[in-house]
Design a protein around this ligand. Sequence first.
Ligand code: C2O
Ligand code: CU
Ligand code: CU
Length: 432
Amino acid sequence: AGGSPVRTFHLAPQAGTHEFVAGKAADTMGYNGAYLGPTLRASRGEKVRVVVENRLTEETTVHFHGVQLPAAADGGPHAMIAAGATASPEWMFDQPAATLWYHPHPHGNTEKQVGLGLAGMFLVDEPAPAAWGAAALPHEYGVDDIPLIVQDRRLDPSGKITFDPSGNSIGTLGNSIAANGVLGAVLPVTTQRVRLRILNASAGRWFRFGFADHRRFHMVASDGGLLAAPLELDAVQLSPAERAEIIVEMAPGESVMLKSFAPDLGRVNPADAFGGGREFDVVRLDAGATLTPSAALPAALAELAAPPDTRVATSRSFTFSGRQINGKTMDMNRIDFTAAPGGAEVWYVDNVNAFQHNLHIHGVQFRLLDIDGAAPPPERAGWKDTIPLMPRERNRLAFRMPKYADAQHPYMFHCHLLTHEDQGMMGQFVVA
Ligand code: C2O
Ligand code: CU
Ligand code: CU
């Protein structure tokens, strides 16, 4: 008997050009191509290795967002890969099926590299539970199971990508919407139901996804895996880096636009500031004249383990203000705290500003317990690695630290508004 096989992926970040507007080439970056990256896919229990060959003329990292992995493989700002160099992080997937993603994390340069196109999805699979019987989620990749990377783009008149980090308190906001790199995207639908794995890969924009005719759909998964049961909604709001998997049903021959409606930006923001008050078309779904029937949706999806008991958890408080967390900006040489491997944590996270932040924690999936003492909305009640921090709100969350002890390599926690992250709204912890 040999060792267990390792599934190996290759990612080569490189420069290229991409036409968002026909005839107008924009300078971009992509993995293995000019823009965005391939969807990587592995199964729970599988060992993986990602060989990253940096073909850019600048340094980068590849961070695996949402993956519960050892800190040495996490690809944060300490894991710099020089131009021309190669890195090969490895780990074993030990988490539920989910829509995760990967992107660069060079300290101070993340907005530019992600914004130019360095982003891709990493899907984790598990066999369908026996209890589903004949019911199923759509799962034929590219047919009825579609990755959707949504980004606002700030294009100049020549069609080039531009950035505006000081444009307002939340950073760059774009005026055109790219779905998988395409403005005005159209998705031909051939099945009765289609699953959209939506990722908000914008630097700062909040989206509120829904359909032009307000048809209801089912959300089946949040950042870190399946919800307990399909959740019927007419809109789902995502801050930068959050994901939602939704199932929409189509009738033969019809067309419907997936839109972003004006997001709810909380009780302090004026509705038109910081990305509020704007609607966008994202992708039009065009159903064929005949559609292949889809299996019924399972009535129950997953049993979510209870979050750790907060009475015996280590409790920590974080105040988000301006570009600082607890009055500090990121220092690559400062470790903010050390946590026990697998230790139970409860975090109190306050946004004291009149504009949005959000929170992402590396290496873990957590559960949102309450917002200002009230139960979270059901779309945020499952596994999360990123949550919005709306103006003047307190979020309380609980989770277990990664099980991997390593005093040498830290994990990050930060605001995923990329301008804020680049400007130092980030801290680091080690698990040891
Ligand atoms: Cu998606 Cu620290 O990042
Ligand atoms: Cu991350
Ligand atoms: Cu922020």
